[in-house]
Design a protein around this ligand. Structure first.
Ligand code: CA
Length: 234
């Protein structure tokens, strides 16, 4: 019987489309505050930034936690050097502010979380995040109080799919792995991570773009409301 439902944050609750908008706004702010002579535009800068951060994060998967703030600042510094501008001193504050302003949840998130809690499930978050970023973001989205527990990589000291992150979350909920499900959008981090501690893995794949990796996950959904049926049937 399932007693706890855990979610990933970015790309699972927080919409990918809104993340793209947020990141573009961040780059616009960076360039606005940087130097008028910069030749790169926000869109190009964002492409390079996303390419490099993605590379960094895949190197760090399952490894000891390093603040995401530091990773992102290091990447931006590389690009600033390349394009001849200075990283604004308030970059991280801007980063948080833009996420608070432009971050949006998928439309079915709030009703799904509320319904799960109403049905008595422990509802938790397990996410590769810095604590300050996550808290600011959840508060701005008005969903901080919809979680019974929140577990971040910062707290666990490791990035997903390291088992420690999942073990801490299970402990907080007071349940065994097989009594919990994890809903995420990354087969290699979320499904692999969940399964190694015997949690049931559910992949949210709204467009079917992860089809090649569906085999890593036990359930594939395109809308979070499907979680309600899955957990009641297991
Ligand atoms: Ca994610």
């Amino acid at each position: 019987m399932i007693k706890a439902v855990f979610f990933d944050f970015v790309g699972t609750l927080l919409s990918k489309e809104s993340e793209a908008v947020t990141h573009l706004k961040i780059m616009e702010e960076v360039l606005k505050n940087a130097n008028a002579k910069v030749e790169v535009n926000a869109k190009q800068l964002l492409e390079e930034y996303e390419h490099l951060t993605k590379e960094e994060f895949s190197k760090l998967a399952g490894k000891p936690y390093k603040p995401i703030r530091i990773i992102e600042i290091e990447v931006l510094e590389k690009l600033a050097q390349k394009h001849g501008f200075k990283v604004p001193e308030d970059f991280w504050q801007t980063h948080l502010k833009m996420h608070q302003l432009y971050g949006k949840l998928y439309p079915e998130v709030v009703e799904t979380l509320k319904e799960l809690r109403k049905r008595g499930y422990h509802v938790g978050l397990i996410t590769d995040s810095d604590n300050d970023y996550l808290r600011a973001h959840l508060e701005a989205l008005g969903i901080l109080n919809l979680f019974d527990s929140i577990t971040t990589s910062e707290e666990a000291g490791f990035f997903k799919p390291h088992p420690k992150v999942f073990e801490i979350a299970l402990k907080k909920a007071g349940v065994k792995g097989e009594e919990a499900v994890y809903v995420g959008d990354n087969p290699l981090k979320d499904c692999v991570g969940a399964r190694q501690v015997d949690m049931v893995s559910i992949l949210l794949d709204k467009t079917g773009e992860k089809r090649e990796l569906w085999g890593e996950c036990e359930f594939i959904i395109s809308d979070l409301r499907e979680v309600l049926d899955i957990v009641s049937e297991i």
